[in-house]
Design a protein around this ligand. Sequence first.
Ligand code: SAM
Length: 222
Amino acid sequence: MVQRGSARAGAYALARGRMVERLASAGIRDRRVLDAMRAVPRHVFVPEALASQAYEDTALPIGDGQTISAPGIVAAMSQALELEGGERALEIGTGSGYQVAVLSRLVGAVVSIERLPRLAARARRALDAMGVANVVVHLGDGSLGRPAAGPFDAILVTAGGPAVPQPLLDQLAPGGRLVGPFGGRGAQRLTRVRRGRSDRLAREDLAPCRFVDLIGGHGWVR
Ligand code: SAM
């Protein structure tokens, strides 16, 4: 007899497979990113009442006025980091923990920083329940980065700030990439900054986007 729980898990896996097909048709080409998104159960990171919408391409509320980003933007940002495996990564804005769970499958280790205690605690619990062992979640102002843990080969900012925080640029390793939304409050440009081997910074504009505010010393004032 099929258990009700396992039938539900099967339905989620099917929905996740369809989500990955949509991401591939929408232009996500990085096989490792698609595989990571096929593996990570997004429904675990959204409030239970919204679990049935977990595999739609939409941001969802996670409490405290914050959101889990839509799968399309999670995939696009992960791809833009051009990860090969083994990197040391930093994420700003742990939120639900979903993006960092995806990242954890693409790099060697990730430090993730969240400013809101309730979200940080909930994300930690979800990551522990999934057995994710290469992510450390810190509570604090991520716009300052984590100098003691750097430098980082990849930095992902998942909240929108007025400009790329200087401390994060300072913590980007030679050859490293930083990706994040920067610009106005309510509308930003998804931006990638590369630090060349010679230490030169090159900036690229990738796409328009819309994220919740990066609040902090090198972000917006609350
Ligand atoms: N990566 C998240 C996920 O997968 O659910 C989505 C992040 S949500 C769009 C942005 C998050 O950034 C929120 O949880 C917010 O509290 C957090 N945030 C905003 N400013 C921050 C800061 N200075 N340091 C750390 N976290 C910050």
